[in-house]
Ligand binder design. Sequence first.
Ligand SMILES: O=P(O)(O)OC[C@H]1O[C@H](OP(=O)(O)OP(=O)(O)O)[C@H](O)[C@@H]1O
Ligand SMILES: Nc1ncnc2[nH]cnc12
Length: 170
Amino acid sequence: MDLKEKIRNIKDFPEKGVIFRDITTLIKDPDAFEYVTDALAKHVEKEDIDAIVVLDARGFLFGAPVAYLLKKRIVPVRKKGKLPAETYQVEYQLEYGTGQLEMHKDAIQKGMRVAVFDDLLATGGTAKAACELVELAGAQIVSLNFVIELTELGGREALSGYQVYSLVQY
Ligand SMILES: O=P(O)(O)OC[C@H]1O[C@H](OP(=O)(O)OP(=O)(O)O)[C@H](O)[C@@H]1O
Ligand SMILES: Nc1ncnc2[nH]cnc12
């Protein structure tokens, strides 16, 4: 399937100079959503993972159905102030802005093998912060999985040492 046909491109959103890769047009097409979910699940099913970490907010859309298909523990990494129990916290940078990500301290245990899911890899700041959170819990990152990779923004290089997988590249 040509996923680029399903992803909408919006110029100058949320600020001038950014081409926003909009996955809402992909997920409203059930065949495209099934294709993407199955392709991501196929990639991680052979990895012997214990948990699937999903990144706030668009990562939830893709990681959750994979966790369901593979019957794995699902762990949300959320933006600051959203998780109610004790959390690990990490500062991070975005293509447009900065922030803080959190994960519940009891979400994953030492020694677990983790696959991370998000919709899109840009600079890698978000994924790197998620890796730090998982590692603070003493768990191991097995793979980082994305629907979209913006290759010119250097995310893959920023995440060197980790296995990075994406379905479509711009
Ligand atoms: O590789 P990076 O430069 O870190 O950028 C990628 C991140 O940016 C977007 O999330 P955003 O923070 O816009 O949040 P959203 O999913 O809540 O829309 C996207 O969903 C990734 O999580
Ligand atoms: N260009 C982009 N399109 C959609 N989401 C993004 N997150 C960071 N950069 C993005």
